[in-house]
Ligand binder design. Structure first.
Ligand SMILES: [Zn+2]
Length: 282
């Protein structure tokens, strides 16, 4: 997702070939997931991953038609997202229902995401980049994208992990704390890993994008989508891939290289673990 022409767009990427047992994508709007990770979800679901999508807003502000009654677009977009997810083999789509266009990283949003994380219990989460303000000269990042990503990361660490955070979730709803192992952030210029995908996954992504009729015509995106996954693949030495910034939140710092410390059956691909910079903060 590096901006075309940015220096980061030419940097090599390490392959992230690990197939998680479970993966949750957390985004602001219906359609965000399909730009961010549809082909990756398709690839992982084909290999047995339990996958879900969590939308933080209801998507009711998207589109240019003032005659659609308030609330009606939300229903249309959720139906579009459900059909899009089905192309990827994903049938768990949740919506927290916050008003589109007005999202902030409040404690209420964080608590709702902690609930989702503790219920779904993902090994890996994909979300957007709360620090990406601009993409090249052509796009100012949507404030909902930043707020949803910020709330998601704050929910992953530390709130979902801590039994005393939002104690009612444990005491009244019985939701056990949950530690997410990996986070992939879809970022502008800070990607460090590439997740390989196959041609069928790129076609599934295009099919998913094609379901968002109320928002755009995806036929315009075919060429740029293929170009993007080929360019990222080339940076990682594979044909097709998507890029992210990887965080490995293994509790033991000595395990904090991707794949290390996972039991053998969990290292499904048997791939060598790339050496990633470790946090000095533990
Ligand atoms: Zn969006």
């Amino acid at each position: 997702m590096s901006a075309p022409g940015s220096p980061a767009a030419a940097l090599p990427l390490e392959l992230f070939e690990y197939v998680p047992e479970s993966a949750l994508v957390v985004v602001a709007h219906p359609d965000d997931c399909d730009f961010l990770a549809a082909d990756v979800l398709s690839a992982w679901v084909r290999q047995g991953t339990r996958a879900g999508i969590c939308l933080v807003t209801d998507g009711d502000a998207g589109g240019d038609d003032p005659d659609i009654p308030l609330g009606a677009l939300s229903r249309i977009r959720l139906e579009e997202q459900g059909r899009a997810a089905a192309h990827l083999g994903v049938h768990d789509v949740r919506c927290l229902g916050y008003p589109d266009g007005m999202l902030q990283n409040t404690l209420a949003v964080r608590r709702d995401l902690v609930r989702v994380l503790r219920e779904f219990r993902p090994e890996l989460v994909i979300t957007m980049d709360p620090t990406s303000r601009f993409f090249g000269r052509g796009y100012i990042n949507h404030p909902d994208h930043r707020a949803a990503a910020d709330a998601c990361l704050d929910a992953i660490f530390p709130s979902a992990r801590d039994v005393r955070a939002f104690p009612e979730l444990f005491r009244e709803e019985g939701l056990q704390p949950h530690k997410t192992r990996f986070v992939l952030v879809g970022t502008g210029d800070w990607s460090d890993v590439a997740v390989p995908v196959a041609a069928v996954d790129v076609e599934n992504k295009l099919a998913a994008l094609g379901e968002h009729h109320s928002q755009f015509d995806a036929t315009d995106m075919r060429e740029s989508t293929w170009e993007g996954v080929r360019e990222i693949g080339a940076r990682a030495g594979v044909e097709l891939a998507e890029s992210y910034r990887l965080f490995d939140l293994a509790p033991n710092p000595s395990q904090r290289e991707y794949g290390k410390g996972l039991a053998a059956p969990e290292r499904r691909n048997g791939v060598p673990a790339p050496r990633l910079p470790q946090s000095q903060w533990g």
